[in-house]
Design a protein around this ligand. Structure first.
Ligand code: SAM
Length: 290
């Protein structure tokens, strides 16, 4: 790739063919995302500069990105950024790359959260959910927590990056431990680890080899975190407030059952994602009369 002068369109087409020959999906899109990151432009702006000759330092950097991608490093870890709703977030291998499905968790939270409500993003990772809520629910009091100190560093940096540093209170600890004795929440939203332990080895290499297993491993049946949250959440939600749990494919009914078994949770229902797959299980903390 180096050693000759490259026109932008030629290097893109060449790389797309190369990625496709190696079995990478969306080869052209990935080639474009990596090149846009090298050139510091938006992906669609590449289309306005197809004739642009690339500097040898740009070609060398692109070649390094392509090499990493062939080792199945996710594009977002190579470029260091991931898009989520209206935000561009920093991502490192300390945090899960936020997924488009998780945007539904934010949609449901925005629908159910009272205007100046107090909301907790439990298992916050990169801070994608908490920061979106801070941005899109301007009067909300947003709190976020994760057990990983390294993930929280990334989340806090994202708060700075998005101009929302003052809007989110960050805590490090095991699930609800940081909130014993604190004011209850109007809504708790969580996207906990939910992959069955034995399925981890079968995940795509991008996930299995690069994303943090602490963010993925949901125990023997994938439901370990849901079980704990179902038992503990009602202590931290005001009566009538909401618990929202993102679930993996095929987990909706099992998580619905877990929440329905709690005498302190009520009105359990499932919300689908844009592909009509059950994605968010919703429950309310019982009031004394319910
Ligand atoms: C599936 S990721 C979700 C990250 C982020 N909310 C998102 O949707 O992109 C799960 C997160 O749970 C965190 N986690 C794992 N065990 C935890 C625990 N016991 N208490 C709190 N957070 C935990 C992981 O560090 C990881 O950041």
């Amino acid at each position: 790739m180096s050693g000759r002068s490259w026109r932008l369109l030629d290097i893109l087409e060449n790389t797309s063919r190369f990625f496709a020959s190696k079995g990478l999906e969306n080869a052209r899109l990935q080639a474009e995302l990596l090149l846009a990151a090298v050139l510091g432009v938006k992906r669609l702006d590449l289309y306005l500069q197809f004739e642009r000759p690339l500097h040898s330092s740009e070609v060398d950097r692109y070649r390094e990105y392509v090499r990493q991608r062939l080792q199945r490093v996710p594009v977002q870890y190579i470029t260091g950024v991931a898009a989520f709703r209206q935000l561009e977030l920093t991502v490192t291998p300390a945090v899960l790359i936020p997924r488009p499905e998780t945007e539904v968790l934010v949609d449901v939270a925005l629908e159910l959260l009272p205007e100046s409500g107090r909301v907790l993003d439990l298992c916050c990772g990169s801070g994608a959910v908490a920061l979106s809520l801070a941005q899109e629910a301007a009067a909300a009091e947003v709190v976020a927590a994760d057990v990983s100190a390294a993930a929280l560093e990334v989340a806090k940096a994202n708060g700075q990056r998005c101009g929302l540093a003052e809007r989110v209170e960050w805590h490090c600890g095991d699930l609800f431990a940081p909130f014993c004795g604190t004011e209850p929440f109007d809504l708790i939203a969580a996207n906990p680890p939910y992959v069955r332990h034995d399925d981890l080895a079968q995940l795509a290499p991008e996930v299995r080899d690069y994303e943090p297993h602490l963010a993925l491993d949901g125990g023997e049946d994938g439901l370990a975190y849901y079980r704990r949250i179902a038992q503990e959440a009602a202590d931290f939600i005001r009566p009538g407030g909401y618990l929202l749990l993102e679930v993996g494919d095929g987990q909706g009914a099992a998580v619905e059952d877990l929440l329905a078994q709690s005498e302190r949770l009520t009105e359990v229902q499932i919300r689908p994602d844009l592909n009509k797959i059950p994605r968010v299980v919703v429950a309310r903390a019982a009031t004394q009369t319910s």
